[in-house]
Design a protein around this ligand. Structure first.
Ligand code: TNX
Length: 535
């Protein structure tokens, strides 16, 4: 899609002829190398529409001011966030101050007026001229998304935390951008291995750069319970005391969890907490003997088998337990969703499973939240609002498509495309391969709105890239498995399918390499990507 049609293109052409395409600070200061501005085509996810103005650049300088919508504390905070990133690398003061009047001043403006209504709540318009950068959005989330685009339009050195020489050109023109799907998620399994708050915050910062707006935390599984529950304290203290391989485990206090929620919110990311049930519950069953049908607590588990544990679906106490756990979690979670798991319940009879899921849906609804479950929950009777997260490896699933026909919304995480714990190839030392190996072409090469037979675009809520952590133990491991595949999934969730083009994507993704290098992000140098020098 092009913006503005012929006339804009002609103006751009004239400007291109009149101005050098290479921007040099201070008229060619020898200390500052010429820097070619990053083209709009390098932004990941691909923008929905743009009209570059060839030869026009804005240069961030020591005198640049960031103006933000005067009546919005959120816009002010986004201005502060942008300033903090750029002050570190540029060394410039970059004051953040209230915008006055409706005409943007020279400098950078983040405004909640004047955006086309078509960009909705999450989109934005970005205009770059020789004198100003103006981001306009209808909502703060859109301003934040526009700021992520702006970050990617700056030279990679802008991400440095130490002062770099510059210059800091941004390519001129207009971008009008908004997402294809409202839900673009990442999932981190903190149950198989536990990750401290700082690691989760860092991952939040990394996924925010690609306009991911949900982070699903898999907070409980056979190997560990990772969130303090005041009414059932042994869950975290005992059930959280180990991990796959027998390490010390760990858990988030409720204050830790609040901190994660608040940090995510500052990056316009909503936390989706998951308590997996009725299977994947050994850590809970080990913590409280009375939750077991036979009243005997099993030992803690540190292996990687699945499907062997089940809550006791016939005990009334089980539902008291679930009500209290979800009651505390709902109170801590401002977002709309509670994820109830529901996968691989191989130790629960199908009829018991369906009755259990139906009852749990009512409990979650009573706490004012919407259920998300792994797609197995369609074997119960989904409430109209319940979201089914597809994790299969086939493009046909009759139970899921039948549910979609009845109105169930589907979140797409096909394991052979979107699972970040799958190996890249047979030589990858981390990860698993039960759903196959997934390199960039496979992660990118599918259409979420037309992937699952009988589940069309209007039934798809969005996409999510889960990272299970049986083999993942550190931030470096997380980064290695998520990058570059997470940006591929994020692009499938954000960009119109008309932008889908593997050749262009390889170059666009490659342009992120030097940025990740500067950020100290441990990414996988896939041979399927065109990496430029410096990455
Ligand atoms: C399947 S996918 C699981 C997880 C494992 C994962 C490993 C799903 C809903 N359940 O319990 O961690 O495979 O790839």
């Amino acid at each position: 899609m092009k913006i503005g049609g012929r006339r804009y293109a002609r103006v751009a052409l004239v400007l291109a002829l009149a101005t050098s395409a290479i921007w040099t600070a201070g008229g060619g200061n020898a200390a500052q190398a010429a820097v070619t501005p990053v083209p709009f085509s390098s932004v990941v996810p691909a923008v929905a529409g743009s009209a570059p103005a060839a030869g026009v650049t804005y240069g961030i300088s020591a005198t640049t001011t960031i103006y933000t919508e005067s009546t919005s504390t959120e816009a002010t905070a986004i201005g502060g966030y942008l300033a903090a990133i750029l002050r570190g690398s540029t060394g410039y003061p970059l004051p953040v101050t209230a915008a006055t009047g409706s005409t943007p001043a020279a400098g950078i403006s983040l405004l909640l007026s004047g955006a086309p209504s078509s960009v909705g709540d999450q989109g934005y318009q970005l205009d770059v001229t020789a004198t100003s950068i103006v981001v306009r959005a209808n909502q703060p989330a859109g301003l934040f998304a526009g700021v992520q685009t702006l970050r990617q339009l700056l030279p990679p050195a802008a991400e440095s935390t130490t002062v770099q020489p510059g210059p800091w050109p941004v390519a001129g023109g207009r971008i009008v951008d908004s997402p294809r799907f409202g839900y673009r998620g990442a999932m981190l399994d903190v149950a198989r291995h536990f990750f401290p708050v700082a690691t989760v915050k860092r991952y939040i910062d990394e996924i925010a750069l690609y306009k991911v707006n949900y982070l699903h935390l898999h907070l409980s599984d056979d190997q560990g319970w990772r969130i303090a529950v005041n009414s059932w304290p042994n869950l975290a203290v005992y059930g959280g005391s180990t991990a796959v391989g027998g390490g010390p485990g760990g858990y988030y206090t409720q204050d830790d969890y609040r901190q994660i929620v608040a940090y995510a919110a500052s990056r316009y990311i909503t936390i989706v907490p998951e308590i997996d049930m009725p299977g994947h519950t050994n850590a809970a069953l080990a913590s409280y003997a009375e939750l077991n049908c036979d009243g005997v607590a099993p030992p803690l588990y540190t292996g990687t088998d699945v499907g062997f544990s089940s809550l006791c679906t016939s005990k009334e106490l089980t539902y008291t337990f679930i009500d209290q756990v979800f009651g505390e979690l709902a109170a801590l979670t401002p977002g709309p969703y509670l994820h109830i798991g529901g996968d691989e319940a191989q130790s629960t009879q199908p009829a018991d499973y369906a009755a259990f899921i139906n009852r749990v849906q009512q409990i979650v609804a009573a706490h004012g939240k919407t259920v998300v479950g792994w797609h197995d929950v369609v074997n119960a009777t989904p409430l109209p609002s319940t979201v089914a997260q597809f994790w299969g490896t086939t493009t046909r699933n009759s139970a899921v498509s039948a549910a979609a026909q009845r109105g169930t919304k589907v979140l797409m995480s096909p394991a052979n495309r979107a699972y970040l714990d799958m190996k890249y190839n047979s030589r990858t030392t981390l990860g698993q391969n039960w759903a196959g190996v997934i390199d960039v072409k496979t992660a990118y090469g599918w259409d979420p709105g037309a992937y699952l037979s009988g589940v069309g675009e209007s039934s798809v809520l969005g996409v999510e890239a889960p990272l299970w952590t049986e083999t993942i133990t550190s931030l470096a491991d997380i980064e290695y498995m998520a990058f570059p595949r997470l940006p591929a999934i994020a692009e499938l969730g954000w960009s119109p399918y008309s932008t889908h083009d593997l050749t262009a994507f390889k170059t666009r993704l490659g342009a992120q390499g030097p940025r990740w290098h500067v950020m100290g992000l441990n990414y996988y140098h896939s041979t399927q990507v065109t990496w430029p020098a410096g990455s």
